[in-house]
Write a protein that binds this ligand. Structure first.
Ligand SMILES: Nc1ncnc2c1ncn2[C@@H]1O[C@H](COP(=O)(O)OP(=O)(O)OP(=O)(O)O)[C@@H](O)[C@H]1O
Ligand SMILES: [Mg+2]
Length: 385
């Protein structure tokens, strides 16, 4: 048994790491949030007991089937709908029980990018974007706001459309005006419902990079509802809503990093990307202090190890002699699992180390899969000829 406590859940929760590192307050906190539409016999529950904690600077992507409640949840978080049941605090404001003027003030701190663009037909692109600033920066001069609006339109690739009215713009261009309007006042929270749906790959990327910059430079929280899997890579977390309930809240980036590390391990070179993702998911993660013994020479092998962060030293013999030092991305412990022999060395941490490990059974099933893949390929290419 390994020393230290298994901390998979906490490592895979970016929020927890940010919180413990910096004691930052959440920007969104939903507790036991329910929501209903209709009254009497037509009353229908669409959100069921949702709990969610999001921190400043996090980019959250929300996916889920049509009708699962994504837009409803987004509009509750943006105070476009009243909280009926449960608690919801956003940007330090309790939305449950808030009065009208508190809600108006709250909404001005939010950047909304919604499916229906809601642009004013009689206003030009610049004027539409400038409206956001007129509401949120009443002290600014028109000249200042116009300049900022034009700069924002330039950032979304519309510098040559600033004087156009919505009806003179394509769907994707209107979408980008709406995005510029949602971001121009540097909101601390951006709520975006399918922001890239009408955009080609290049424009979608530009928008996503803008959102990323807002998250890092302005510590804005970005919540994006999307089915666009071209942009999933920007997410710190992906939340899936199914039948009105948050089903998974996995830290994709962390899982992605581990998958990439696994892909570089020679021992997994024949394993398919899909299996690597599964292995990453099956790994447990521990944080071990310096001087912890991970493996003891001559013990039977029971796990495979990958260093997520930190350094370990491998020692062999009696008295022990240092053989090699291993760092982030290196792996060890596979030999005993492959050969069935006892451990041929001891391994110790020499600094605080985040260690991913995989059970013998999972390791062997991945190996068996790669072996069968190899057989399949051989059959396909050679033996059937
Ligand atoms: N104003 C409303 N009155 C009554 N029912 C509504 C209302 N708005 C949404 N609903 C219902 O609530 C459920 C959730 O709708 P919501 O718009 O939140 O889904 P969604 O996940 O955003 O779907 P999509 O991916 O299609 O946009 C659906 O069953 C929908 O029919
Ligand atoms: Mg929707």
């Amino acid at each position: 048994m390994l020393p230290g406590s298994v901390q998979r859940a906490t490592l895979f929760d970016a929020s927890t790491r940010i919180r413990t590192a910096q004691h930052i307050k959440p920007s969104i906190r939903a507790i036991n949030l329910h929501h209903f539409f209709g009254t009497g016999e037509l009353r229908k529950q669409v959100l069921f007991d949702n709990n969610l904690t999001v921190f400043p600077g996090e980019i959250i992507i929300m996916t889920g089937p049509s009708g699962s409640g994504k837009t409803t949840l987004l509009t509750l978080i943006g105070a476009l709908r009243g909280v009926q049941d449960g608690k919801l605090s956003v940007l330090g404001q309790d939305l449950h029980g808030a009065n009208r003027s508190q809600l108006v003030h709250f909404r001005r701190q939010v950047g909304f990018i919604f499916q229906a663009h809601n642009l004013f037909d009689s206003l030009t692109a610049t004027q539409n974007v400038r409206m956001s600033l007129e509401l949120t920066r009443p002290g600014n001069s028109i000249r200042e706001n116009t300049k900022a609006a034009k700069e924002m339109l330039e950032k979304v690739g519309l510098s040559n459309r600033t004087g156009h009215k919505p009806r003179q713009l394509s769907g994707g261009q209107k979408q980008r005006v709406a995005i510029a309007r949602g971001l121009v006042h540097c909101p601390k929270l951006v709520l975006a419902d399918e922001p890239t749906a009408a955009l080609d790959e290049q424009s979608g990327r530009t928008v996503v990079e803008l959102l990323q910059r807002m998250a890092t430079e302005n510590q804005s929280t970005i919540l994006i509802v999307t089915h666009d899997n071209r942009i999933l890579d920007v997410a710190d977390r992906i939340i899936t809503l199914v039948d009105g309930q948050i089903r998974s809240d996995a830290l994709v980036k962390e899982a992605g990093i581990i998958t990439q590390m696994l892909a570089k391990c020679s021992v997994f070179e024949r394993v398919t990307p899909r299996t690597l993702t599964r292995i990453a998911d099956e790994m447990t993660v521990e944080s071990l202090p310096p001087g912890t013994q991970i493996i003891r020479q001559n013990d039977p092998g029971d796990r495979f190890f990958l260093i997520r962060e930190g350094t370990v030293v491998v020692k062999r013999g009696s008295p022990e002699v240092e053989v090699v030092t291993l760092h982030s991305g290196d792996f060890f412990g596979e030999t005993a699992l492959l050969t069935g022999q006892p451990r041929n060395a001891s391994v110790y941490t020499i600094e605080e180390t985040l260690l991913c490990s995989l059970s013998k059974a999972s390791f062997q099933s991945a190996m068996a899969e790669s072996a069968s893949l190899e057989t399949e390929i051989r059959e396909a290419y050679f033996e059937r000829k």
